[in-house]
Ligand binder design. Structure first.
Ligand SMILES: NC(=O)c1ccc[n+]([C@@H]2O[C@H](COP(=O)([O-])OP(=O)(O)OC[C@H]3O[C@@H](n4cnc5c(N)ncnc54)[C@H](O)[C@@H]3O)[C@@H](O)[C@H]2O)c1
Length: 259
């Protein structure tokens, strides 16, 4: 059972905060006592997140684009201005890209997916970790995917990008472990969300429901995960309970990758 105060007083920066997993994590972190700076490039979605929390004093929303170094430096500086330090970084913004075989995959889309999912994660590490270190340490959680461990036809850019997130996680863990910074990746399987509906639709246009049923049947737990279940793992990895967990890859997939 989770201790509801276990992130008390912690300052968290979350990217992709207006999406399904980001918003569920923002909610859980605040419920556990953290102050959260929520970053997303989607202004409208960020406004809806802000409105959903009404006058929550522990939430600040900041518009930012993880692919743009000036923007990343800007939202990190803004977070520092608002809160003084960063203890937890949920490096989570990501895009799925289109579903196409490699031979037909547009280069422009391949570059766009890598730009958000790899360059974005790198820029987050580059700008947040020194701030974290200056504050005495902290916990970074990078969002990879089961697509970072396996290959799925039609999503080569997403697969490549999520494998790269594991590489960045290990690289950052090796560099910063001795300075009080823990870096781990989470690797969710299919989560009930807009992103999965988009992938289902891409794999079988007009038959997303059938794809979902097929995917669910391939998962030993016989269902997709929920964003709140991902949030619970992130909150644990951010907490003191996870103080010796570092450089690890956390699969959360209802058993999807067991065979
Ligand atoms: N949904 C799933 O089934 C699933 C499974 C495994 C991993 N993931 C990963 O989890 C993370 C969150 O996914 P989600 O399901 O919440 O998707 P989502 O589309 O609901 O949320 C992603 C958020 O990232 C934001 N974003 C995209 N590009 C950005 C940029 N350049 N700068 C700032 N923000 C940007 C979007 O506006 C969106 O709000 C992603 O990295 C995704 O790849 C998702």
């Amino acid at each position: 059972m989770l201790d509801s105060n276990r992130l008390d007083g912690k300052i968290a920066l979350v990217t992709g905060a207006a999406g399904a997993i980001g918003a569920a994590t923002v909610r859980l972190m605040i419920a556990h006592g953290a102050r959260v700076v929520a970053v997303d490039r989607d202004r409208e979605a960020l406004r809806r997140l802000h409105d959903a929390f009404a006058a929550e004093p522990n939430l600040s929303t900041v518009e930012g684009d993880v692919t743009d170094e000036g923007s990343v430096a800007g939202f990190v500086a803004r977070a520092r201005e608002l809160t003084g330090r960063i203890d937890i970084f949920f490096n989570n913004a990501g895009v799925e890209g289109p579903v196409r075989p490699i031979a037909e995959y547009p280069l422009e889309d391949f570059r766009r997916v890598l730009d958000v999912n790899v360059v974005g994660v790198f820029l987050g590490l580059k700008h947040v970790i020194p701030v974290m270190a200056a504050g005495g340490g902290g916990a970074v959680i990078n969002t990879s995917s089961v697509a970072g461990l396996t290959g799925t036809p039609g999503i080569c850019a997403y697969n490549a990008s999520k494998h790269a997130v594991i590489g960045l996680t290990r690289s950052a863990a090796a560099e910063w472990g001795g300075r009080g910074i823990r870096v781990n990746s989470i690797n969710p399987g299919p989560i009930a969300s807009r992103m999965m509906t988009s992938l289902e639709e891409g794999l079988s246009p007009g038959h997303a429901d059938q794809m979902r049923a097929q995917f669910s049947a391939m998962i030993p737990a016989l269902r997709y995960g929920e964003p709140e279940e991902v949030a619970a793992l992130v909150a644990f990895l951010a907490s003191e309970d996870a103080r010796y967990i570092h450089g690890a890859v956390f699969v959360l997939d209802g058993g999807f990758t067991v065979s």
